[in-house]
Design a binder for this molecule. Sequence first.
Ligand SMILES: Nc1ncnc2c1ncn2[C@@H]1O[C@H](COP(=O)(O)OP(=O)(O)O)[C@@H](O)[C@H]1O
Ligand SMILES: [Mg+2]
Length: 249
Amino acid sequence: MIKVEGLVKRFDGTAVLDGIDLAIEQGEIIVVIGPSGTGKSTLLRCLNFLEQPDAGRLTIGDLEVDVTRASRADILTARRRTAFVFQNYALFANKTALENIAEGLIVVNRWPKQKAHARAREILERIGLADKADAFPASLSGGQQQRVGIGRAMAAQAEVILFDEPTSSLDPEWVEEVLGLMKQLARERQTMLVVTHEMSFAQDVADRVIFMDGGHIVEQGPPGQLFGSPKDPRTQDFLRKVLATQVAL
Ligand SMILES: Nc1ncnc2c1ncn2[C@@H]1O[C@H](COP(=O)(O)OP(=O)(O)O)[C@@H](O)[C@H]1O
Ligand SMILES: [Mg+2]
């Protein structure tokens, strides 16, 4: 179980996250939507301490900290329990697909190289890229690179995988294979917090959809409810604009 209470993050005095409360059950699939610049990435980054929050409490399993007092060890624990999938994949260009997946196990978890590579091969099988073990990112398609990015997150065996617009950088032809892998993880009940504009993914896969605006959670609920009968005018307005650009649900 993951819990965020009263999370605040300011940039230049402006609260980008203005007191976020959020609890995520084990196995829950949550999709976060909202206008650009509304704090969605910042929320994910604060959970991972890629950004240092200004106030709040964070609980991840048996780790429970005031984020302003988190020790170096607390931060490392939080990072080990939250894996991140970036919009731009963030792979090491000079490492193979196998090495990219194994790297965190070796550096963060201090696994011996052989054990880490064996795990990475298992992951490559699961993400359908066993034949690309020795390929460097530049020789992979965008879809394959992002699948390696997801494979790296899977290898970490974190409590939750945080996805920040994982398909937004992809050419349209690669989007489905990445969403397909995410759906596979969802079926396995991997806990996921996903920022995305892919409304049909949210509709099909999410247990809960959260609409954020202006650093607040404005509204949340099961996808049928949030998409079918949004209550807040800001949610209604946002959905009208987004759905106008996407295939009808
Ligand atoms: N490192 C930073 N320094 C200053 N401002 C930032 C930084 N990161 C994000 N912001 C600002 O915080 C706001 C929220 O950004 P972000 O979390 O990226 O929004 P979203 O992911 O919803 O588009 C934006 O106004 C953005 O310009
Ligand atoms: Mg963002």
